[in-house]
Design a protein around this ligand. Structure first.
Ligand code: UT7
Length: 322
């Protein structure tokens, strides 16, 4: 028994902030941001909008694409690092809106790898026969934990949400998932505070911010994502030429290009959204997947490799036949 993606959906807030907008506020330029990251613009959440608001749009779109009703969902696996509340978890908040009462609903936090982790969890429930219609969400409001005066991070992040629905299938489907973490790298990419520790000294009133040693994370990402590509192919006895589409985490175009090169894939076989979305953390992989599916590039039967690395550090991949 496998699980298979039967619907995808995504949502981006209406407000767009371009590199030129940022260059008016801080010491940066469109040329620097584009050359170093590939980012041109990003979507930023409205003041009255929340993480779960975005997730609900993405989830309803994925459920409709699957030909199901929201009340059909029997499991919610929700990846996020920027929840509306500490609790109830975002999965429960979403479940109440969708009306699938009683379905287990949890959120998990693995920073930018959160969607791969959430997908792997849901896949295991479906394979075990414990879920027939699982909803997997990645939704993130990184703009609310970004220090908008820090040009090292403020230029990178955007907000958004993506979702998929999984159902059981005798044919793959999700072929394998690979999850890793190494907490000894926690100092390279982290949020300065949390409910158990409170805000970091010197921060603004409620300000817990993302801090990143960018070039160290960059090098680590290229190394560890390269390694997980090898691991995924070797475990499945596959040659890299078998992959039809790379659907990567959208942190930096240069990291994406390095992984594509490792796979011997031309960039035409890579779903790239970083120029439009910036880095939406947990949301970036399902957003890219939905873009590729809806514009018709990704077709039924194609072999997809999804991968991501984020704070923790955490990293992971999923090999699947769409
Ligand atoms: O999603 C989770 C995983 N995250 C990632 O994978 C992100 C990984 N890291 C990166 O994408 C890149 O490291 C960054 C885009 C964050 C930075 O690019 P970089 O090529 O590694 O630049 P750098 O941090 O080494 O900085 C180079 C120079 C520095 O100036 P000096 O010291 O050489 O004079 C920075 O101060 O660029 C300067 N700089 C900027 N200049 C203009 C840093 N940020 C900016 C900026 N605008 N926004």
């Amino acid at each position: 028994m496998y699980s298979r993606i039967v619907g995808t959906g995504s949502y981006l807030p209406a407000k767009v902030v371009t590199n030129f907008d940022l260059a008016q506020r801080m010491d940066t330029s469109d040329a620097w941001i584009r050359e170093r990251t590939g980012i041109e613009r990003r979507h930023i959440i409205a003041e009255a909008e929340s993480n779960v608001d975005m997730a609900e749009h993405a989830a309803r779109a994925a459920i409709a694409a699957a030909g199901l009703q929201p009340s059909d969902i029997d499991l919610i696996s929700y990846g996020t690092t920027t929840p509306d509340l500490v609790f109830p978890n975002c999965g429960c908040l979403l479940q109440a809106r969708l009306g699938c009462r009683g379905a287990p609903a949890f959120s998990l936090e693995a920073a930018c790898s959160g969607f791969i982790y959430a997908l792997a969890m849901a896949d295991k429930f479906v394979r075990a026969g414990e879920s027939q219609r699982a909803l997997v969400v990645g939704s993130e409001v990184l703009s609310r934990i970004t220090d908008h005066s820090d040009r090292n991070t403020a230029i990178l992040f955007g907000d958004g949400a993506g979702a998929v629905v999984l159902t059981p299938s005798e044919q793959p489907g999700i072929i394998s998932t690979h999850l890793h973490a190494d907490g000894s790298y926690q100092h390279l990419l982290y949020c300065t505070g949390g409910p158990a520790r409170g805000p970091a000294p010197g921060n603004m009133a409620s300000g817990d911010y993302v801090r990143m040693a960018g070039s160290e994370v960059f090098k680590l990402a290229v190394t560890l994502l390269g390694r997980i590509v090898d691991e995924t192919l070797a475990l499945n006895h596959l040659d890299r030429s078998a992959i039809d589409w790379l659907v990567p985490h959208q942190a930096n175009l240069r990291i994406i290009q390095a992984v594509a090169k490792k796979l011997g894939l031309p960039m035409e076989r890579v779903i790239v959204t970083v120029q439009e979305h910036g880095n939406t953390s947990t949301a970036s992989v399902p957003l890219a997947l939905d873009v590729g599916v809806r514009d018709g590039r990704i077709k039924r039967g194609d072999l997809l490799l999804l991968e991501a690395l984020g704070g923790g550090v955490t990293w992971g991949s999923a090999l699947l036949r769409y």
